[in-house]
Each structure stands twice: as C-alpha cells, then as structure tokens.
Ligand binder design. Sequence first.
Ligand SMILES: CC(C)(COP(=O)(O)OP(=O)(O)OC[C@H]1O[C@@H](n2cnc3c(N)ncnc32)[C@H](O)[C@@H]1OP(=O)(O)O)[C@@H](O)C(=O)NCCC(=O)NCCS
Length: 80
Amino acid sequence: MGVISDHRHKGIGTRLTHAALVRAKGLGLRRVEVEVSEENHPDIGLYKSVGVKVEGRKIEAVRIGDRCINAFVMALLLRD
Ligand SMILES: CC(C)(COP(=O)(O)OP(=O)(O)OC[C@H]1O[C@@H](n2cnc3c(N)ncnc32)[C@H](O)[C@@H]1OP(=O)(O)O)[C@@H](O)C(=O)NCCC(=O)NCCS
C-alpha cells in the first residue's frame, strides 16, 4: 500500500487499512500478518494505530542496496 506523498497525513492510509481489515474479516480470515522494515516508521505507526501488534523481529531480513535491515513481524487477530 502507498499513499502519494502530497496526500499523506490525511487519514487515507488508515481508511484503506480499515477497509482491508473489514474485507478480511468478511472473508472469514482470523489473522492478518505483515512484515515491515524496522526503519519504516510511518508504516509501523499506521499499523499500530489500527491495533496491529509487533510479535517478533527478524534480523537482517530485508536487503536495500548494500544494507540489510531488520524487520518486524506484526499481526492482528480478527475476533468477533
Ligand atoms: C505508510 C503510509 C501508507 C501511511 O499513509 P497516510 O495516509 O499518511 O497515513 P494516515 O494519515 O492514515 O496516518 C495514520 C497513522 O500512521 C502513522 N504515521 C503516518 N505517517 C507517519 C510518520 N511519518 N511517522 C510516524 N508515524 C506515521 C501515525 O500513527 C498516523 O496516525 P496519526 O495521524 O493519528 O498520528 C504512507 O506513509 C506511505 O504511502 N508510505 C510509503 C509507502 C510505504 O511505506 N508503504 C508501506 C509498505 S508497503
């Protein structure tokens, strides 16, 4: 998911994420899991703001150019 930079911080990412979670629940999914670069603070903040929690940390999980970056495993259980 991405929001064009001129339109960030207006709640669009939150609304898109909520819509995806409602759809996932409607499909009967019980768990949503994401893997997020440890340096992607906007993405981590967005997921935390909708209740997605950090469950673990993968060391050097993502290579960006010459750098290997840790990643968080984050998840939300979709309960009734
Ligand atoms: C992550 C992204 C989708 C957020 O979209 P957005 O429309 O700006 O998000 P919102 O306005 O709904 O913000 C929701 C929450 O996200 C968090 N957040 C957003 N931008 C943030 C930033 N720069 N730093 C820290 N937290 C941030 C905040 O918790 C925010 O809640 P708040 O406004 O009450 O503080 C957007 O920054 C983006 O497109 N980034 C580039 C692409 C990307 O990294 N996508 C994810 C990986 S695929």
